[in-house]
Design a protein. Structure first.
Length: 193
């Protein structure tokens, strides 16, 4: 902040829809506070099967372990130093740093909270994502959450910690080959000279 003070942020991102569900700013954030914020999100969005996080003290606290057990929500901690295991959130936080923190001076904690909420709303409602077929996170979530049966089927596919693709083959817009095999030339196939 402009007075030299610091604040922390709890960022909650839905890996499926890419929505930023919360940006909580405070001087310190305890495990109890994280649990309270997760309860607030669950009241609106429903209970997730698993939460993925780093090993921050507020996320490994007794309060979070008790909350996870009470709410029957799995909790997966990424390996220390392996931020790529939580790539969606890491990418989101990088964008937040580049677009907001590197460009904004915060006069107070209420000012920071207001700016963060405006940025979160803009991110969810006005920014299309290539991974969502160039829809905004909010539009994708509205289309995805539509029929309850479709959402339930999709959630049942997440039996392991590795996420399954949520788009059908018809929705994939990548121009990259859909195979892990090397080109025919490298395999000694028909195209080799």
């Amino acid at each position: 902040m402009t007075d030299g003070g610091r604040f922390r942020i709890l960022a909650v991102v839905d890996d499926c829809t890419r929505e930023c569900l919360a940006l909580v700013a405070d001087i310190s954030i305890s495990g109890t506070r994280v649990a309270r914020e997760l309860d607030r999100i669950i009241a609106v969005r429903g209970r997730p099967k698993t939460i993925v996080s780093d090993n921050g003290t507020e996320l490994t606290s007794v309060a979070i372990l008790a909350w996870s057990d009470r709410e029957q929500v799995g909790w997966h901690y990424i390996a220390p130093g392996k931020s790529v295991q939580n790539a969606f959130v890491e990418s989101f936080c990088g964008r937040l740093r580049d677009e907001l923190f590197n460009e904004t001076l915060f006069g107070s904690l209420p000012h920071a909270r207001a700016v963060l909420e405006n940025w979160r709303c803009d991110y969810n409602t006005k920014r299309p994502h290539s991974s969502l077929g160039w829809q905004t996170p909010l539009a994708f979530a509205a289309n995805w959450h539509g029929p309850s049966a479709q959402w339930d089927r999709a959630l049942s596919r997440f039996e392991s910690l590795a996420p399954c693709p949520i788009a059908s083959d018809a929705q994939i817009t990548s121009n990259q080959p859909m195979t892990l095999l090397p080109p025919a030339e490298k395999r000694g196939g028909a195209g080799q000279r």
